[in-house]
Design a protein around this ligand. Structure first.
Ligand SMILES: [Fe+2]
Length: 317
């Protein structure tokens, strides 16, 4: 395995375009985010964790612009800026500030690698811990009273792309940003990889099972943006809440994935871009290595319905 140019430390945000920022803000508010900033031409939404924003919408025709990732240091930005086709190290002229380098991944989408973006005081979300068979007294003497929906999103977790150029795309993310294989999934013969789950390389630190999932597809674009919520109750209760609004298209869920193990729920924004809310993922470090397994073994749920065709084929340019 070649040494990557850098090892990014986390996903920062997904950047979309939408023609109506009011409608986008309403959807993301129902989805559990809070507005961090709004300018004449863009909307910045945050979760309860400290990052200034975890979702950017620029005003314009509906489009997936790309993903942004946090660099370990400004020095890493300089390393990336030396790559062919990279922007220089730029000052970000947007709320939250910071510096960035803009790259193009093999399908032409913009990859921002950022450093020094502002943080805000975290927002406390009060949730009661659930009792379990093994831990029957986690809530001893207290009553379970869930906070009202929408339960606030905690953080951004992963982004998923479809592309006919799977190998080239995955290789670019691994070689450039330091992603490592969690699970590659094949159909038929093991050399026919159709999906690749990749996580961050933060050494001994434990990270989400995947920060980037790439699927082979005839269409190129975004499959979904994914966000963590505080607990499984928040997945379940906010599913009921979003359903009760009667405004949004439900795409898949609720269920528990096999690869990553999240309890998931997927909804579309008003322009058909899938957004995921989940709780309880597997967390791995570099000691766990990666696996190659078949689609029959890997692309299943531990419980819940199989993904509908409309979810699998929803790749938005
Ligand atoms: Fe996901």
């Amino acid at each position: 395995m070649s040494t990557p140019i850098v090892k990014v430390t986390d996903l920062a945000w997904g950047r979309l375009r939408a023609p109506d920022l009011d409608v986008m803000e309403e959807f993301l508010t129902h989805f559990g985010m809070v507005r961090s900033a709004r300018t004449n031409n863009a909307l910045y939404m945050r979760g309860s964790d400290a990052p200034h924003h975890i979702h950017v919408t620029e005003k314009g025709d509906a489009k997936f612009v790309g993903f942004a990732y946090h660099a370990r240091s400004e020095d890493d930005l300089r390393k990336l800026a030396a790559l062919p086709g990279a922007s220089g190290v730029e000052t970000i002229d947007e709320p939250g500030g910071g510096k960035r380098v803009r790259l193009r991944e093999p399908n032409g989408y913009q990859i921002e690698v950022v450093h020094g973006v502002a943080e805000l005081p975290p927002i406390t979300v009060l949730r009661d811990p659930p009792n379990s068979g093994d831990e029957p007294l986690r809530r001893k003497g207290r009553l379970m009273r869930l906070s009202k929906s929408p339960t606030m999103i905690k953080r951004i977790a992963h982004g998923v792309m479809g592309t006919p150029k799977l190998e080239e795309t995955v290789k670019w993310f691994r070689d450039t940003l330091g992603f490592v294989r969690s699970d590659d999934v094949y159909a038929g013969s093991p050399d026919n990889v159709i999906g690749s789950f990749n996580r961050l390389d933060r050494g001994d630190d434990y990270v989400d099972h995947h920060v980037f999932f790439c699927i082979r597809h005839e269409k190129t674009g975004l499959n979904h943006l994914s966000y963590e919520v505080p607990d499984i109750d928040a997945v379940m209760q906010d599913h009921e809440y979003l359903k009760s609004l009667g405004k949004y298209e439900h795409m898949w869920g609720i269920g528990r994935h096999l690869l990553g193990s999240q309890v998931y729920d997927y909804w579309c924004d008003p322009w058909g871009r899938t957004h995921e809310r989940w709780a309880d993922t597997d967390r791995l470090n570099t000691a766990q290595g990666g696996n190659l397994l078949s689609a029959e073994e890997g692309l299943v749920s531990q419980w819940g319905e199989r993904p509908p065709a409309k979810f699998l084929s929803n790749i938005q340019p």
